[in-house]
Design a protein around this ligand. Structure first.
Ligand SMILES: [Zn+2]
Length: 167
């Protein structure tokens, strides 16, 4: 994955690619809701978006791609970080919005943010999502929850890891 390289997304040049990106996203109805990636999800619980440019196939993280759509490009070494603590969220909120979602930052910012959330600043209990397996389970549950459009109750249940048992 070229996640740490420079990523350029040009609204005209990459219009078809951007349209394909949006076809994999289900948007929540309110500013506090996430926009959820419904494409491929990797073993780490983060999305995968496959691109082919100049005949070369590669894969990027969808939330970082969303930042590149918003800004035109994301510099090498700049990561997409989730203020909403939802690895499959691809919403880039306006800077003035109270609830932020995907923001850009460095690896150092990411470490600081994770430490802050462990101290209790997160919207969800981060501790439970530390393991890749658990994180992936939650991401897949979220994807399933919006498969046929935004289902607020199903999304909330998936975020809480509170899926009803199917007998
Ligand atoms: Zn979000």
């Amino acid at each position: 994955m070229r996640s740490a390289g420079q990523l350029i997304v040009d609204r005209l040049l990459h219009a078809a690619e951007i349209a394909r990106f949006h076809s994999h996203v289900v948007c929540g109805p309110t500013p506090s809701d996430c926009n959820i990636w419904t494409g491929a999800i990797g073993a780490d619980g983060y999305g995968r978006f496959y691109l082919t440019r100049d005949g070369v196939g590669f894969c990027v993280r969808p939330h970082r791609y969303a930042l590149a759509i918003a800004a035109g490009s994301v510099a090498a070494g700049v990561l997409g970080l989730h203020e909403c603590d939802n690895p499959v969220c691809v919403k880039v909120a306006a800077a003035t919005d109270v609830q932020q979602h995907v923001v850009s930052g460095s690896q150092g910012d990411n470490m600081e943010r994770m430490a802050r959330m462990r101290r209790g600043g997160g919207r969800h209990a981060v501790r439970r999502f530390d393991s890749r397996g658990v994180r992936r389970e939650r991401s897949v549950a979220l994807r399933d929850a919006v498969r046929h459009g935004w289902d607020a109750a199903a999304v909330q249940a998936a975020l809480l890891g509170d899926q009803p048992t199917l007998w």
